[in-house]
Write a protein that binds this ligand. Structure first.
Ligand code: NAD
Ligand code: KPL
Length: 306
């Protein structure tokens, strides 16, 4: 039987990291690009390049536009959270019944919005701690080893095709509690990323604001419990400070977005946490305040506040 094609929607950092590793393993991959202009730019480049441990390799992965007519059985959505719903809507008509859709977005909210939009597909949420950035158009640098948790919130066992990911050296495991994983990462990101933007600092420099970070962790733990995520709250404080130490020299992803004038995923991180807290009647004054300060900061930089 012919292996199922991996369609990759969003040829940015993570999409390229997944696409190149799948192609390197000999699996059929198609990139889905926005339009003919992007397709022409990609064709001119001759493929997608992966830089890993100082080695660069280019993979001539076939590409197509959103409105190609090839049916999609397995789709990896690698857009930012704020683009995911619109991007999936553009290919909804191409999805085969029961198609698998892997959603790589950080935070929460976009995954549920996509799942509601395509009720006949099986949406699989992914929580990724791998790190990648683009050094050029259609060229990605694998910057941080990490792990990928996959789950659909229902099945306790993962699909057979997870073996393809393992063979492609994409470290992953299925979890019966993907929402817990996503909430935990969201909480980590909410405790660290906004403060690095507001203080204009590297992660490690938050040690100087330990009381504020600690108070945010306490509040986030209460919110997690109120939202029915007690496991995600366990040891949050300790893990946040462990991550701050382990990544002391790094700038958070949100800091980098703001520094480079890119839209942030605030609505899917702090925005989601504040709304969930309000919905569950859990007061979160520090989170609300941090969100308001971050919004004011984004507006002074001319960046979207959502
Ligand atoms: P990115 O901006 O590098 O890539 C997103 C790509 O999607 C871009 O190339 C963009 O042009 C494309 N895109 C957007 N809308 C599209 C559409 N309608 N049709 C076709 N293409 C479209 O983003 P990224 O860094 O790869 O992040 C993707 C998601 O993964 C985010 O939610 C991010 O938080 C998460 N994440 C990223 C990393 C990382 O290291 N980069 C790590 C963990 C999680
Ligand atoms: O994931 C991160 C990010 O920068 O987005 C860490 C390093 C955990 C900081 O929150």
């Amino acid at each position: 039987m012919k292996p199922t094609v991996w369609h990759i929607l969003g040829a940015g950092s993570l999409g390229s990291l997944w696409a190149t590793r799948l192609a390197r393993a000999g699996l059929p991959v198609r990139l889905i690009l926005r339009d003919e202009v992007r397709l022409a730019a990609y064709t001119a480049k001759g493929g997608l390049t992966l830089s890993e441990r100082g080695q660069r390799h280019t993979f001539a992965i076939p590409a197509q536009t959103l409105n190609a007519d090839e049916p999609i059985e397995r789709l990896l959505v690698a857009c930012k959270a704020y683009d995911a719903e619109r991007a999936v809507a553009s290919v909804a008509g191409r999805l085969s019944p029961g198609a698998d859709i892997l959603l790589l977005q950080n935070g929460l909210g976009s995954q549920q919005a996509v799942a509601a939009q395509v009720p006949d597909a099986r949406c699989i949420f992914v929580s990724s701690t791998e790190g990648a950035f683009r050094d050029q158009d259609f060229s990605v640098v694998f910057a941080g080893q990490g792990f990928n948790w996959l789950g659909d919130g229902q099945q306790l066992d993962g699909p057979d095709w997870m073996a393809e990911l393992i063979n492609a050296a994409i470290p992953c495991e299925w979890t019966g509690d993907i929402l817990g994983r996503l909430w935990r990462k969201l909480a980590l990101n909410c405790a660290i990323n906004p403060l690095t933007v507001l203080y204009g600092c590297r992660n490690g420099e938050l040690q100087a604001h330990a009381a504020e970070v600690g108070a945010l962790c306490d509040e986030l733990s209460r919110v997690l419990r109120a939202c029915g995520q007690p496991d995600a709250a366990t040891g949050l404080h300790e893990e946040v400070f462990r991550v701050i130490s382990a990544t002391a020299a790094n700038y958070s992803s949100m800091y980098q977005d703001v520094a480079q004038g890119r839209r942030t995923e605030i609505s899917y991180l702090l925005g989601y946490a504040c709304q969930a807290a309000a919905r569950h009647g859990c007061p979160a004054p520090l989170l609300d305040q941090t969100r308001a300060k971050l919004i004011a900061h984004l507006l002074t930089k001319g960046l979207p506040d959502n």
